[in-house]
Design a protein around this ligand. Sequence first.
Ligand SMILES: Cc1cc2nc3c(=O)[nH]c(=O)nc-3n(C[C@H](O)[C@H](O)[C@H](O)COP(=O)(O)O)c2cc1C
Length: 392
Amino acid sequence: MTTNQTDSNKPTRRGMLKVIGGGVIFAAAGAGGYLVTRDPSTARQPWLNAGQDEVDPRRRALSYAILAPNPHNRQPWVIELRGEGEIILYCDADRHIPHTDPFDRQITIGLGAFIETLVIAASQDGFRVDVQAFPEGDAMPLLDDRPVANIRLVKDASIKADPLLAQIAHRRSNRDAYSLDRQLPDTAIAALSNSAIHGANIGITKEVQKVARLREIGVEAMRIEYVTPRTLGESIDLMRIGKSEIIANPDGISLGGPFFETLALLGQLNRDAMRDPSSFAWKTGLDNTLSPLKTGTAYGWLVSEGNNRLDQIIAGRDYARFNLKATELGISIHPNSQALQEYEEMKPQFNSVHAELGISQPQRVQMFVRMGYGSTVKQSPRWPLANRIRKA
Ligand SMILES: Cc1cc2nc3c(=O)[nH]c(=O)nc-3n(C[C@H](O)[C@H](O)[C@H](O)COP(=O)(O)O)c2cc1C
């Protein structure tokens, strides 16, 4: 993902000055009354609705599942409800990110995270969830209109509520700068390393030299994604700038809150300028995108045995658990996926990150995340559940 995507109400004065110059601060201050009305809270409503007012246990569990982490917040899930307890999960053909995810690997991980969030949510009502992934065959090299999973909720007296349930509404991907000196406790590292239950292997390091080497790879990978016009363009096309755009399309890369509203108001958020390497907007965007990646005190990664669709679903399921466990422990995480992406310009970083982590074929690093302690961030937008259900 390119850009320091945020929906923050806490723009720094320094950041504001850096981007738009001191003089216009007065204009922004004058617009303060207007700006407070520009919070895209409607787009965050699904976080408050989760578990509320749903009678059908499938819909109740699904109202949590739509809060799962997923690449570029594309929310690629489409659902059909069949019979009494069945859910058929599909990938929305309009939600691919072909330049940065040419084989739908990340999209599949997001669908795995969706499944796991659903399973955790259903446990509170005593439902076991049987999942049959890709019942009509692996969709390789691209996901197609075949189901991603057949899912069945079955009442089961042995099912206990999963403790991670309490974290679903608090989980975030945090793209802010993190503390540079606060270390993860060993107990937290141990708990996070053991958070995978479906077969992914989790590695975490806070060793200073290793963190420095991984940071260098992650930052350079992000720089490559940014300077490569088609991958930068993919992110720009998915930007939702300001309240109206975010509410109209509560997915993609949301640039909301007073800081971005101010820039938009002043005509400073211009998509053409963002694409132009000679522009101030392009240069500032690069700087703002890279700087938080240079912070934090640890990295984590999820490795799968291979890279078929089931491996990717498993990685997504275990990543959801890892993210929820980090939430429980008060640890911020930020996927730095660029080095894992499969396109020509990224090959050196892809090889470097695998070599640095000691992972070779057929094993595959599926998630690579910056870790540490950051400030509290708001929920990212979501489409309401009703929007993601289609008639069977
Ligand atoms: C497979 C995968 C890859 C991701 N890669 C990135 C990334 O490179 N950069 C980033 O900022 N967020 C990344 N994310 C996080 C998503 O952008 C995030 O989950 C989504 O925007 C929704 O926000 P939330 O997690 O706060 O609900 C990734 C998530 C997944 C599941």
